[in-house]
Design a protein around this ligand. Structure first.
Ligand code: SAM
Length: 208
């Protein structure tokens, strides 16, 4: 099975902290305060779920749908969650989402980088259909830079997850191009680690 994070789930956050310190949390939480208080939010591939408490601790009072393919990741998420009554946990992939459900906010943090290009195109198109016309899509991930140290680190990360999670993706794609193809543009952008990691708010170009 591709993209199977069960093996790595118990140590995922610990490893991320050893390699990146607080930066991965900082980048993922940066735009949480822009989420409208009563929004209908979808988080795809949220991992161990620490972000759920972070979201509600901003004062968020809306509904959250949390989709995770890894059984171990989702059970950790449920265990750590302090706001279970407002969260709909779905163990599965994007295909498990009710097709007629629309969301005001979609969050994909270090999620799009697990897919091959063909699959990525499909996932982005499906999710965009489930985003309200005036909704926002918050995406945080790695991005390619011309620094050798970054390229080496990314090479190592992709190899590591190929071995531990049978990662479908072999390299990092340009997500901004993919968003442009579905008619979404960055309305806000934040980077850390000299541009290696970013968080962007995407909105439909019709609204800009
Ligand atoms: C690289 S991890 C990132 C986890 C988390 N967002 C973070 O940054 O800490 C990717 C996560 O996406 C989940 N995942 C992979 N493919 C998925 C899919 N098609 N649908 C839902 N979750 C998926 C994995 O189980 C894993 O937890």
């Amino acid at each position: 099975m591709k993209n199977n994070f069960n093996l790595i789930a118990p140590v995922y956050d610990g490893l991320a902290k050893v390699v990146f310190g607080k930066k991965l949390k900082q980048i993922q939480t940066h735009f949480l305060p822009v989420i409208p208080e009563n929004a209908n939010v979808l988080i795809m591939g949220g991992g161990t779920g620490w972000i759920i408490n972070e979201l509600f601790n901003t004062g968020f009072k809306g509904k959250l749908t949390y989709v995770e393919a890894s059984e171990r990741m989702i059970s950790l998420s449920k265990k750590n969650c302090e706001f279970s009554e407002s969260v709909n946990f779905i163990h599965g992939e994007e295909s498990a989402l009710p097709a007629d459900r629309q969301y005001d906010v979609i969050i994909t943090n270090f999620f799009l980088d697990v897919f091959s290009e063909v699959r990525l195109d499909e996932v982005i198109v499906q999710l965009s259909k489930q985003l309200n016309n005036d909704g926002i899509w918050i995406c945080s991930d790695f991005q390619n830079t011309d620094r050798f140290g970054h390229q080496l680190l990314l090479w190592f990360i992709f190899k590591f997850f190929k071995i531990t999670a049978n990662l479908e993706s072999g390299s990092l794609m340009n997500f901004d191009h993919k968003f442009k193809k579905i008619g979404h543009s960055r309305s806000e952008n934040f980077t850390l680690m000299n541009g290696l990691i970013f968080s962007s708010v995407y909105t439909s170009e019709r609204l800009l």
